[in-house]
Design a protein around this ligand. Structure first.
Ligand SMILES: [Fe+2]
Length: 381
């Protein structure tokens, strides 16, 4: 598939994800962390406009002078912007106007892609990967916002809770391993540079922790025993009175969970989802084992199936040796977030096709759990 075809495929997929939404759904923002679908559709378009069209196409006229203010996410070098918690207040531009904006930018982009300039093509590929990240956020943000609606609307079926295989431990020998992206295709700057890491003997579970296992943790009083928890995690659980993963609801003694396909009885064989780092870590501690480091995960990943849940690792999100921040606004993409966040590896049921690889480093603050975050266990040997 050439770049123009990939461009159309990725851009169309964002709209496809919204096919069952009604107009009112497009502006939902249930918390500061989540963004409305309409904002995602516009922001990903703004990214192409600001980072590619404006600097590279002198004939391009921005669609609207205020869209930079409305749809800039976090790029300080591109100026002031709408407060993050106010993205849901944008009843204007309308959904139709945002779709028109997408078409306007797409037409200009297709022209530019036609030039076959490798520097521009590299940026287009970054823009498409950026859009795929937002496609996942669109799904997870929408799930969070719709969850507040007691009608439990069903808007898409992404097979959120399929059964896990039987788990076993796989041993990995100690040694020096090379970590990081080494191929020639696209990767994010945070996957560079490849470098060597020494790893001690360890074992990793071939399956993710299931709802059954997590329920055992709950029933064994896991949320009531501080010895399993980081101090910060314990404070989080107590302050918010957390007793189960996000989206779990108990009705007449039975557990249910909310999915984008409506509310369902819990599938005990499926991988637990929507737990944060504190919970993942407490669960591992209760089991007498631990989470893998991101390096152990990368070394072992060919020996198990992954892709249903982002897997919490016990690694802080830090730059690799030789990491360089790109000049200009694009340098704000990853580097400035390398503090107080933990790395997640793998991919999830909400990750767009073609947007995962063994060296991919996702990252979130330990308290967040609205992504499809799960648990894989490891132990030292
Ligand atoms: Fe973005």
């Amino acid at each position: 598939m050439n770049l123009s075809e990939t461009f159309h495929r990725v851009r169309n997929h964002s709209l496809h994800l919204c096919k069952n939404l009604i107009t009112e759904d497009f502006s939902l923002q249930a918390s500061e962390e989540v963004s409305p679908p309409k904002w995602h559709l516009a922001h990903t378009t703004w990214f192409f406009e600001q980072f590619i069209l404006v600097p590279n196409d002198p004939s391009y006229v921005v669609k609207h002078p205020q869209f930079n203010f409305l749809f800039n996410s976090y790029y300080n070098s591109l100026g002031a912007r709408t407060a993050r918690n106010q993205r849901g207040l944008m009843s204007r531009p309308s959904v139709e106007e945002v779709k028109t904006y997408r078409g306007y930018v797409d037409a200009a982009m297709i022209n530019l892609i036609g030039r076959q300039d490798s520097k521009i093509d590299e940026l287009v590929t970054l823009g498409l990967n950026h859009e795929q990240q937002h496609q996942e956020l669109l799904i997870t943000d929408l799930k969070y916002s719709l969850w507040f609606n007691p009608l439990n609307p069903s808007v898409m079926d992404i097979q959120e809770y399929s059964a896990e295989p039987k788990s076993k431990w796989v041993n990995v020998n100690a040694g020096v391993y090379e970590i990081g992206y080494k191929d020639k295709d696209f990767c994010y700057d945070n996957e560079l540079n490849p470098h060597k890491v020494y790893i001690n003997d360890f074992a990793v579970s071939t399956a993710l922790v299931t709802n059954q296992e997590y329920l055992e943790f709950i029933e064994a009083g896991g949320y009531e025993n501080p010895t399993y928890w980081h101090d910060e995690g314990w404070a989080w659980a107590k302050e918010l009175e957390v007793k189960a993963p996000l989206y779990w609801e108990q009705q007449d003694g039975a557990w249910f969970y909310y999915t984008l396909d409506g509310i369902k009885p819990i599938n005990l064989d499926a991988a637990v989802a929507h737990v944060n780092f504190y919970e993942a870590s407490a669960f591992a501690s209760w089991k007498g084992v631990r989470l893998p480091t991101e390096f152990e995960w990368e070394v072992a990943q060919s020996q198990f199936e992954w892709g249903k849940r982002w897997e919490w690792t016990n690694s802080a999100y830090l730059p690799y040796p030789g990491f360089e921040v790109a000049p200009g606004a694009i340098g704000e993409y990853n580097g400035k977030f390398m503090i107080n966040q933990m790395v997640l590896r793998g991919a999830s049921v909400a990750t767009s096709e073609g947007h995962s690889r063994p060296t991919y480093r996702n990252f979130f603050h330990p308290k967040y759990r609205w992504q499809f975050m799960g648990i894989r266990l490891a132990k030292s040997l």
